[in-house]
Design a protein around this ligand. Structure first.
Ligand SMILES: *Cc1c(COP(=O)(O)O)cnc(C)c1O
Length: 477
């Protein structure tokens, strides 16, 4: 049987409706080095290892070698002592889940374990709380959006198994005061995890380039684990992150073995058991291809782009940056003349994908930009200026007063399918069940909903989207 080129053509045609992963115009979800050779090598490595199984390192020793080399690279980058060990996982969320599970299982005697999170910690920690029954103690951050050291310290108690800091936080792009947070954790004998999923491959280079970065790596006493994603700023194909522990005994509860069945003894370092060798090989190849000197140069260019972007945003009348970025995440807000959600839609119509962040805890909505080396900063600034002028002209996305009142009266816990159908109709999404053309109204509506209701509405929406396509695939005998 030869391969049917029509199948691949079909894939490419479908892909045209996705946001582009290359070209520097997608400012969330994708991280583009702009290096065609690194991309190609990564993809070829994924393909070469797509069928290899990371379940058993004795059967696929090359996968073990690649994993240990990647972990070694991360150790060098993050000032890790000789004792440090690590694991390649499928992504930031899995690294965070495992950090929480490991901290919990290190203390089986604590019946109702807790973890102390700054309010800006990534949602992956809430997922971990949900999966593993570790109660999140959410601590309000300081005015500058960074974790508040004293509040964090006083939130630690006898049930605390983990204290968390971000380097940097996703929503504001600033690094928490890791030195004082980790010291407070260490003083109580509690683990401290630094979530550097998005900054871990950037900040060490920013430091080497002479930029002011607060200390946050294993050089800080009390930091016991760090997560850093390879599929973000290491520019690896999607599907890899690293979780490092300061010493092997800290990692031990992460490993799972089961001999309680008649088959092979299951022995896993991550949540997956059978796992494709593709992402690991892809990451190994890209890190190998770009190398330390390559990352340094990419960061030099990218951080210059960040500076230019921040200056340009602050020169646009209706806009202001929310914080001076510590790395590559630029977050900005608007004044009353310019609606965030209208602006987001106008940019996406102009071919720029940016990520709106809903209002939260009394803070107004903002726009998140993950800058990459490939980001076309000058062209984006031009598009942003035009879009702001247009957004000011057309005014905010409107939610009619009666719909607003209906939304405010909805109870997330008792949301019915009928309520949800009513809302979809109200925002013009009751058609064929596809994705909405304009997101501004949808976002404006979500923005007035409380967090629990946002969750319930989006879950109901996903439930509608995720339905099988039935085409009678089976062949008649
Ligand atoms: C992206 C990110 C995560 C989650 O990573 P995924 O790869 O999306 O699962 C966790 N923490 C931070 C700070 C992140 O930026």
């Amino acid at each position: 049987m030869t391969s049917d080129p029509a199948v691949l053509e079909q894939l490419r045609a479908m892909q045209e409706h996705d946001v582009p992963v290359r070209g520097g115009r997608t400012l969330a979800y994708v991280y583009d080095s702009g290096l065609a050779d690194a991309d190609e090598i990564g993809r070829a490595a994924v393909a070469a290892y797509a069928g290899a199984n990371g379940l058993d390192p004795t059967a696929f020793p090359s996968l073990l070698t690649m994993e240990n080399e990647l972990v070694g690279f991360a150790c060098d980058l993050l000032d890790a002592p000789e004792s440090t060990v690590g694991t390649v996982t499928s992504g930031g969320t899995e690294s965070v889940l495992l950090a929480v599970q490991t901290a919990r299982d290190a203390h089986p005697q604590i019946e109702r374990p807790r973890m102390v999170l700054p309010a800006t910690a990534h949602a992956a920690f809430h997922k971990a709380a949900h999966y593993f029954g570790v109660e999140p103690v959410v601590v309000p951050v300081a005015e500058d959006h960074r974790a508040h050291p004293d509040r964090m310290a006083s939130a630690i108690d006898d049930r605390t198994v983990l204290v968390v800091a971000s380097a940097p936080s996703y929503a504001h792009g600033v690094v928490d005061p890791v030195t004082s947070v980790a010291a407070a954790a260490a003083a109580r004998g509690v683990r401290c995890h630094v979530d550097a999923c998005i900054g871990g491959w950037v900040l060490p280079y920013a430091t080497r380039l002479g930029r002011p970065v607060p200390a946050w790596t294993f050089a800080v006493d009390g930091v016991t684990s760090i997560s850093v994603d390879l599929h973000k700023y290491a520019y690896a194909p999607k599907g890899t992150s690293i979780l490092l522990h300061r010493a092997p005994e800290l990692r031990r509860p992460q490993f799972f073995a089961s001999a309680r069945w008649p088959g092979y003894t299951m022995l896993n370092s991550t949540m997956q058991s059978t796992k494709s060798g593709g992402p690991l090989a892809g990451a190994w190849a890209v890190v190998r291809q770009i190398g330390d000197a390559g990352y340094l140069e990419l960061n030099r260019r990218m951080l210059a782009g960040v500076d230019a972007l921040v200056a340009a945003i602050d020169r646009i009348d209706a806009l202001h940056t929310v914080a001076r970025p510590d790395s590559t995440l630029v977050v900005f807000g608007t004044d009353d003349s310019c609606d965030v959600f209208t602006l987001t839609d106008l940019l996406s119509r102009a071919g720029w994908y940016v990520q709106p962040q809903l209002s939260f805890a009394g803070e107004p909505p903002t726009i998140h930009l993950s800058v990459s080396p490939a980001t076309q900063v000058d062209a984006f600034v031009g598009a942003l200026r035009d879009a702001v002028a247009e957004a000011v002209r057309v005014g905010p996305a409107q939610v009619s007063p009666d719909i607003a009142e209906f939304v405010r009266a909805l109870d997330a816990a008792t949301l019915t399918d009928e309520d949800f159908a009513g809302l979809l109709a109200a925002v013009g999404m009751d058609g064929d069940g596809g994705l909405p053309e304009s997101m501004a109204t949808v976002n404006a509506l979500l923005d007035i909903a409380a967090p629990a209701l946002r969750e319930a509405l989006l879950t109901a929406y996903l439930d509608r989207l995720a339905r099988p396509v039935r085409r009678r695939h089976t062949v008649e005998p």
